[in-house]
Each structure stands twice: as structure tokens, then as C-alpha cells.
Design a binder for this molecule. Structure first.
Ligand SMILES: NC(=O)c1ccc[n+]([C@@H]2O[C@H](COP(=O)([O-])OP(=O)(O)OC[C@H]3O[C@@H](n4cnc5c(N)ncnc54)[C@H](O)[C@@H]3O)[C@@H](O)[C@H]2O)c1
Length: 254
């Protein structure tokens, strides 16, 4: 019986690439996104992701700030395919461009709600279904963190803080899961070719290419490359990456 995954932030970028990679690995996927429209993704983009994969993927509009909606999505995956083995928390937003002391409460609040609490809500909504399913030892929770989860990136203090929180959530979750077989990890991408990277370059008012100077590979990463790292962590073999971070950043020159 094929494994079943739930992916947040799945309408575009790293989330959409992860859906494709998980399907290629034989998973059924419930692809979710808030679909708030520009500058975030649209409902049409989410539907296109699902259409590309026929009956392997169904999509639902779900905001990660809404724990009940995530619980309903997890329940739907179980009703539809009989199990839930994987959750990938890829949804995210970026705010910044000012020093910490000039960062607004609104920006900090947005980042806390989506980046940190969104990952928390995704774990809270999906892990119980994994524990109750047929193969907890094959179940994986994977959060998409960032180089900002281990570095202090310039003029991104609130983003740095909430991405560090994502790693804290994964470590705490892995500790709580000892003995169950379910594992939890984070993947930290470097500068990856998505709308968020373009939004980050706009915050600094620099071309995107300037953001790759810290990467030893000296190029922008393709979302499919990050999806491959996420898919490994989400695989049965990926259980070895537990309570820790896979740095998928091409080497960070700090
Ligand atoms: N692109 C990069 O260089 C980079 C680097 C490090 C980490 N990341 C992280 O990777 C993840 C994916 O980002 P991306 O680069 O693909 O950007 P993206 O903007 O293309 O995708 C983010 C997706 O999340 C969705 N989203 C935003 N708020 C949401 C909410 N409240 N509920 C549900 N969905 C929501 C958006 O609609 C969008 O589809 C994010 O967590 C981001 O912080 C990206």
C-alpha cells in the first residue's frame, strides 16, 4: 500500500516541487496552501499542482494558522487513502528589510503565526494520525527551516527568530516521539529559485544573484534539489535524520 503525505505551502516553489518528488517516490499527496493570492500563491496554482499528478494528488485550501483546518485535512487524507505517513511543513512568508529595533510588531506577529506556529500546528494536526496508523516506524515529519534557522541574516531578525523556533519545534517533537518510530527533522535550504527569494532580494533592493555570495556552490539552488533533500528525510530511510537539521544550502560561508 502506498504511503500518504500532507504538504503545506504546496501551490508553488519548494512545496510544489516536494509534491512532485513525493509522487515520483510513490506517495499519494494531499497538497495544501492558503492561496491568499499575490504576493502569495493563488488557488489556480494549487489546482495546477494537483492536476499535474492525476488521482495521486488532491488539493485543499488550508491556512497553517488554522489548526482545525489542518486537522480536517489530515483526517481527509486518512479517510481517502487509509493512512498518513508524512507531513512536510513548507508554508512560509518572509518579512524584513529593517534592523530589529525598526521591525514592526505586525511583521513579527505574521512571522510567528505562519512560520513558527504554522509548523507547530502542522505537527499537532498530523502526528496523531501517524501514531494511530499502520506503520509509525515509516512516518516522518519534515519542516522546512532555513539558513536563517542557524545564522543571523542581516535585517531579517524576526525571520531568523521564527526559523530558529522551527528547529526548536522539531527537536522537541523528536524528543516527544522517542520509542514511537515516528521521526522529525528540518531541512534548511539556502537561496532557492522561488518567489520568496525574489521577495527577499526586493527587501534588500539587490538582484537575486547577490544573495548567493554566501553559498559555496555560488549559484541559486533549484527547488527540485531541495525537494530531493526533503523527500529523503520523508522516506523510511530518512528516519536517521531525527531531531536535527539537514543543511541543503550548498555550503554556507558565514
Ligand atoms: N526560497 C528560498 O531561498 C528559501 C530559503 C530558505 C528557506 N525557505 C523556506 O522554504 C519554504 C517554502 O518557500 P518558497 O521559497 O517555496 O517560497 P514561496 O513563496 O514560493 O512558497 C511559499 C508558499 O507558502 C504559502 N503560504 C504562505 N502563507 C501561508 C499560510 N499561512 N498557510 C498556508 N500556506 C501559506 C504561499 O502561498 C506559497 O505557496 C518556506 O518555509 C521558506 O521560508 C526558502
Amino acid at each position: 500500500m502506498s504511503r500518504v503525505a500532507l504538504v503545506t505551502g504546496a501551490a508553488r516553489g519548494i512545496g510544489a516541487a516536494t509534491v512532485s518528488r513525493l509522487v515520483a517516490d510513490g506517495c499519494h499527496v494531499l497538497a495544501t496552501d492558503s492561496c491568499e493570492g499575490p504576493p502569495l500563491a493563488t488557488r489556480e496554482q494549487l489546482e495546477e499542482v494537483a492536476e499535474r499528478h492525476g488521482d495521486q494528488v488532491i488539493c485543499r485550501v488550508v491556512d497553517v494558522r488554522d489548526r482545525r483546518a489542518l486537522e480536517e485535512a489530515a483526517a481527509e487524507a486518512v479517510r481517502t487513502w487509509g493512512r498518513l505517513d508524512v507531513a512536510v511543513a513548507a508554508a512560509g512568508v518572509v518579512r524584513g528589510g529593517r534592523p530589529l529595533w525598526e521591525t514592526s510588531d505586525g511583521d513579527l506577529q505574521d512571522l510567528w503565526e505562519v512560520v513558527a506556529k504554522g509548523v507547530w500546528n502542522t505537527a499537532a494536526a498530523t502526528v496523531p494520525a501517524m501514531l494511530a496508523g499502520p506503520d509509525p516506524h515509516g512516518c516522518r515529519f519534515v519542516a522546512v527551516a532555513s539558513a536563517a534557522a542557524s545564522q543571523g541574516l542581516f535585517h531579517l531578525a524576526a525571520y531568523n527568530a521564527t526559523k530558529h523556533a522551527v528547529v526548536g519545534i522539531v527537536k522537541g517533537l523528536a524528543a516527544d516521539l522517542v520509542g514511537t518510530g515516528v521521526t522529525a527533522s528540518a531541512v534548511s535550504p539556502g537561496s532557492t529559485d522561488t518567489e520568496m527569494l525574489r521577495a527577499t532580494a526586493a527587501l534588500y533592493d539587490v538582484p537575486v544573484d547577490e544573495l548567493v555570495h554566501h553559498q559555496l556552490i555560488r549559484r541559486v539552488i533549484d527547488p527540485d534539489e531541495i525537494a530531493a533533500a526533503i523527500a529523503f528525510c520523508a522516506s523510511p530511510a530518512g528516519g536517521v535524520v531525527n531531531g536535527s537539521v539537514l543543511h541543503a544550502d550548498g555550503g554556507f560561508e558565514g
